[in-house]
Design a protein around this ligand. Sequence first.
Ligand SMILES: Cc1cc2nc3c(=O)[nH]c(=O)nc-3n(C[C@H](O)[C@H](O)[C@H](O)COP(=O)(O)O)c2cc1C
Length: 381
Amino acid sequence: MRTRLCDQLGMEYPVLAFSHCRDVVAAVTRAGGFGVLGATTLTPDQLEVELRWIDEAVGGKPYGVDVLVPEKLAGMERGGGFDAAVLADLIPEEHRRFLDSLLREYGIEPPAAEGDPDPGSESSAGIAAGLTGEGALRLIEVALTHPIRLVANALGAPPAEMIKAAHGADVPVAALAGKREHAERHVAAEVDIVVAQGYEAGGHTGDIATMVLVPEIVDAVAPRPVLAAGGIARGRQMAAAMALGAQGVWTGSVWLTTAEAETHPVVKEKFLAATSSDTLRSRSITGKPARQLKSAWTDAWDGPDSPGPLPMPLQPLLVDYALHRIRRAAAAGSPGAVQLVNYFVGQVVGSLNSVRPARQVLHEMIEEYVDTVAGLAGGLQ
Ligand SMILES: Cc1cc2nc3c(=O)[nH]c(=O)nc-3n(C[C@H](O)[C@H](O)[C@H](O)COP(=O)(O)O)c2cc1C
């Protein structure tokens, strides 16, 4: 059960759990896995609050922090600053009109309620700030004042300053890769752990399946450890990942339906009812292809009247206020909003059919993994 990576990261089981929800992160870490808090939507002050809470909750057990620093951003230099007004000006009127008429069609009327972010507002600009190398570095600086055991980055090789700051604090750096070339760039940037994330994963994802990608990356980056990601929600899938040469698994979707997860209640119900055919890769939320649940929202952006999603970060700046309104209206029972509402999730959503505590999910995964490996060994005798 223990791999070298367990010793390096200080966990009992080689299962890492990505989540934006601190309760999930803490529950997985307490149960013997390794929780990783997705920090990209937080301000440095909010992250400080979350990490203080996690420190209290995990009692010295290991956890990590994840940020997103895209290599390519429209209207912005990687690692540089940005001007929110300039970005807002890059959003065409046609797109604003399409979105307003989509909301109206589904019974969600302007004007925005109190507290809704609007395109170009400070809150929307916060989205862009969180995606710049500079913004992510502020988050990592906050995280490194806590006893974190891992820094992770997605959508490109982590910026050199981020790696330097983490290594200076003796914290290893992981980075997500959707193809071998990404993994090679990570190694050149001195990333310590590569997360090979296949097409079936929830969130931003490439087009190579986990079964093909993991051994390719394991061979390309050896002896660096590789975590397998995408489509892993149970012990048999974990056993397959380890057989492909991974030193552990990096999971995301499976935690979205746990008892601790703060997933929108309507979305949680949709996930519990969904099949593995009910997701698609769409640029409609972030501007880059991200796997999510199909809904009236993704249908509309793919439909004949759609002007097509804008590139990151313009699409998230455009749609942020609309998504807030849709989520709130869905929670209040608006039938139109219930049709539109969706969220990132991977193809394993088809096997997420009940709400379980995160500890139980982890322990059932480990039990099935052990049984599977024993069964395979028995079959070979
Ligand atoms: C709701 C959701 C949000 C995600 N957001 C991020 C993110 O901000 N940063 C990141 O590195 N990965 C993100 N991911 C990808 C996960 O880290 C992970 O690689 C993926 O969920 C693994 O595949 P699975 O969903 O099949 O378990 C997200 C995934 C989901 C489901």
